[in-house]
Structures are given as structure tokens and as C-alpha cells.
Design a protein around this ligand. Structure first.
Ligand SMILES: [Zn+2]
Length: 185
């Protein structure tokens, strides 16, 4: 089990972890729907973690499929609903660049967690958990020494993740929140 406590940070991937994956990209607020129990799970984990940050690759901005403003509106909807469930998200970091641009922020690059630490210097990567459904999420977490949780739910992108990339595998954020609560130190 992951030896976490209330000083730890939780990093969450967005699509397939917080909200249902759709084919293609989330391009409208209406298409952003939480995975079952995800808002409640974030609320529960808000009481268990020092910081909660969302890290999301959104190449659809770079491809001009959506504007940055639409992405911000979608994130506002996410925040509003998490807040309504009495949870909190301390930061949302996104990479709008194209895969071929070679930026430092697109996962598995580490630019987004490094930006989170700049904003919240109390974050310690060795005392952080990265939760994602894709190998690139977990590769990013591993390269900063984080514990990693693979969400292999019905919502998860059908991708095989080798065992060395995760410390725990859950079907959903809801299952993760329950598992962490049972093991809180
Ligand atoms: Zn980027």
C-alpha cells in the first residue's frame, strides 16, 4: 500500500479518470460528465491530501479544435461541480501543444507537475501520487519519483501498462478514494 498522509499531494489526470472519455476530444461543456462517484471521491480525498492538482494533455487546443477559452469553461464546470460536492482542486495544469512540438509540458514530460510545484512550493514529488489511465501519466509520475495509480476502469483508455509503472491499480477514482481511506495513516 502507498504510505501517504495528509501532507501528501495528489495529481490527477483528467479524461478517463475524472470524466468519461469520449471518442475524440471533449469539445463542449455538455460533453464533460463525471465518472461515477468521481466528484464525491475528490471530495473525500480533499480531506486526505495537502494539495490536489489536475494535469491534462489537451492537444485539441493546439489542433484548433477548441479554443483555450472553451477549455477554461470546461474546467470551470469541473471546479463548480467538485466544489458543490464539497471537494476542492488546488490547481489545473494543461498542455495545449501538439505532440510533435516537443514541449516540456506534454506528458510524459514533467512541465506540468513542475509548474504545480512552482505555484505550491510545499509539494514534494516523493510524497505525491499520480493517478492516470495512460502509460504516459505513470511514466511522468515515475520520472519525478511519485507513487503511481493506474485507473484501469471501464472508462480507461484500452492500454496495457507494465507492472513496474504502478503501485496500485483501481477501477475508478471512487475505488481509489475508498482504498486510501481504509489505509490512511
Ligand atoms: Zn505542452
Amino acid at each position: 500500500m502507498i504510505p501517504f498522509n495528509k501532507h501528501w499531494t495528489l495529481f490527477l489526470d483528467r479524461d478517463g479518470v475524472i470524466n468519461h472519455n469520449v471518442s475524440g476530444y471533449i469539445t463542449r461543456k455538455e460533453d464533460f460528465t463525471f465518472c461515477i462517484g468521481a466528484e464525491k471521491a475528490i471530495a473525500l480525498m480533499s480531506r486526505q491530501f495537502h494539495k490536489i492538482c489536475v494535469l491534462t494533455n489537451q492537444q485539441c487546443v493546439g489542433k484548433s479544435i477548441i479554443t483555450e477559452q472553451i477549455l477554461l469553461d470546461i474546467h470551470q464546470k469541473m471546479l463548480t461541480e467538485v466544489f458543490a460536492a464539497e471537494g476542492r482542486i488546488d490547481g489545473i495544469f494543461y498542455c495545449p501543444h501538439l505532440a510533435g512540438e516537443g514541449c516540456a509540458c506534454r506528458k510524459p514530460g514533467t512541465g506540468m507537475p513542475l509548474a504545480a510545484k512552482k505555484q505550491h512550493p510545499s509539494i514534494i514529488f516523493e510524497q505525491s501520487i499520480m493517478v492516470g489511465d495512460r502509460l504516459t501519466d505513470l511514466q511522468m509520475g515515475r520520472s519525478l519519483g511519485m507513487y503511481c495509480v493506474w485507473i484501469k476502469g471501464p472508462d480507461a483508455y484500452a492500454e496495457k501498462v507494465p507492472e513496474e509503472y504502478f503501485d496500485l491499480c483501481c477501477q475508478s477514482l471512487a475505488e481509489l478514494a475508498d482504498t486510501l481511506q481504509e489505509n490512511q495513516q
